[in-house]
Design a protein around this ligand. Structure first.
Ligand SMILES: NC(=O)C1=CN([C@@H]2O[C@H](COP(=O)(O)OP(=O)(O)OC[C@H]3O[C@@H](n4cnc5c(N)ncnc54)[C@H](OP(=O)(O)O)[C@@H]3O)[C@@H](O)[C@H]2O)C=CC1
Ligand SMILES: CC(C)CCC[C@@H](C)[C@H]1CC[C@H]2C3=C(CC[C@]12C)[C@@]1(C)CCC(=O)[C@@H](C)[C@@H]1CC3
Length: 358
């Protein structure tokens, strides 16, 4: 019995624990598929807001990886309460985390500036326009039920709060944990304002939130590397997923798809398939954290001949500003926790009142 027990313990010690947010579709799902192919011993946790889609994703993964150890976790990164509940659940399920992939993201109500597109098409900036969508895209954001801007809350703050809640697991002596943010080459310094971190007053909340995640990754490395937590950011390139299909009407995508494959010959950033887009996420899984550059964004790229590779590119980050953002997020965390406690006690009081008058 002791022998069996120690073998089981050995197996669970060797199993890497990997959590992926937004794992039920697109790049997140492709990453899960690639990780299971790389390491069949993984303990993989799909952290999703829609449990039906999460269940479907697990079934799809199990068809090609029959013995895989796949857990599901309910997590809506856009809701403070959901993040706190999910973190609690993670702490009760796992004794350590090896990789935390912060991949969930949204781009609501996107608008394409068609005039800017055609202007850009005949300019020297055309390749950059196709790689970053600079000057082409705006979005309409809204407040969520926590009173936060939805894009900021989903793409950045929910993930930040998750890291904060999981700190006891992520920062353990003698163990290294890797946090990987799915950022974007659409992240742009000029779209971000340190005086408006939620982007309440602009029309590029997506770009702002992704730039903020780049900065937070740099700040996390400064604060947490000594405690064994290493953070990286990636850009998957332009990938055809639910997010991109939401930008133009579907008939339009069908029309321009042959052109997209043609453009791919001239730019390596048109990775197009979720498998290709997950290249940098997969590549980071195989790297030693000490060998990584905390100020680099790792790009998934696909050559004209279809070869996938990962390339680091320096990010345009001001260290001082990333520290200020880090402090502002810590402040905001205090505020949302206080508000949530107040809301919960009001709810309790209301329920008590209802019971009393019954
Ligand atoms: N596609 C592209 O060209 C690029 C994508 N990215 C980034 O890649 C990441 C993955 O997107 P992609 O695969 O393209 O698009 P998908 O829409 O296919 O995937 C997004 C995933 O995030 C999940 N998600 C969204 N909101 C929440 C939430 N509040 N809580 C939990 N999960 C949530 C979605 O779940 P659900 O199914 O419930 O909506 C879905 O699983 C995003 O961060 C995106 O910004 C970056 C650069 C380029
Ligand atoms: C004739 C039409 C008006 C053509 C429109 C083309 C655009 C829809 C694409 C050109 C570059 C694309 C792009 C993205 C979305 C679709 C385009 C704007 C992204 C913004 C998708 C999400 C990201 O994070 C970026 C890295 C992508 C960059 C390129």
């Amino acid at each position: 019995l002791i022998f069996v027990h120690s073998r089981c313990k050995l197996r669970s010690d060797m199993e890497k624990v990997v959590i992926v947010t937004g794992a039920n579709s697109g790049i997140g799902l492709a990453l899960c598929e690639r990780l299971l192919t790389e390491d069949s011993q993984l303990r993989l946790c799909l952290a999703c807001r829609n449990m039906q889609r999460a269940e479907a994703a697990r079934s799809a993964l199990l068809t090609s990886h029959i013995d895989a150890h796949i857990d599901l976790l309910h997590l809506d990164v856009g809701s403070v309460q959901s993040v706190l509940n999910a973190a609690q659940e993670i702490k009760s399920r796992y004794s350590r985390i090896d990789f935390l992939y912060l991949n969930a993201g949204i781009m609501p109500n996107p608008q394409v500036d068609v005039r800017a597109f055609f202007k850009g098409l005949f300019s020297r900036n055309v390749i950059n326009m196709f790689a970053t969508a600079e000057g082409l895209l705006t979005q309409q954001d809204r407040l969520n039920s926590d009173g936060l801007q939805e894009v900021f809350a989903t793409n950045l703050f929910g993930h930040f709060l998750l890291i904060r809640e999981l700190e006891p697991l992520l920062c353990q002596s003698g163990h290294t944990t890797r946090v990987v943010w799915t950022s974007s080459s659409n992240a742009r310094r000029s779209a971000f304002s340190i005086d408006d971190i939620q982007h309440r007053n602009g029309t590029e909340p997506y770009s702002s939130s992704k730039y903020a995640s780049d900065m937070i990754s740099v700040a996390l490395n400064r604060h947490k590397n000594s405690q064994g937590l290493f953070s990286s950011v990636i850009c998957p390139g332009l990938v055809m997923t639910n997010l991109t299909y939401g930008i133009l009407p579907s008939f339009f995508w069908t029309l321009i798809m042959p052109i997209m494959w043609l453009i791919r010959i001239f730019t390596n950033t048109f990775t197009l398939t979720p498998y290709n887009g997950a290249e940098a996420l997969h590549w980071l899984f195989l790297q030693k954290p000490e060998s990584l550059d905390p100020r680099a964004k790792y790009h998934s790229l696909t050559s004209g001949l279809g070869t996938n590779y990962t390339q680091p590119r320096q990010m345009d980050i001001d260290g001082e500003m990333s520290e200020v953002l880090f402090s502002k997020l810590l402040e905001l965390e205090k505020v949302v926790r206080r508000k949530l406690n107040e809301r919960n006690s009001e709810d309790k009081a209301h329920q008590q009142y209802l019971r009393d008058i019954e």
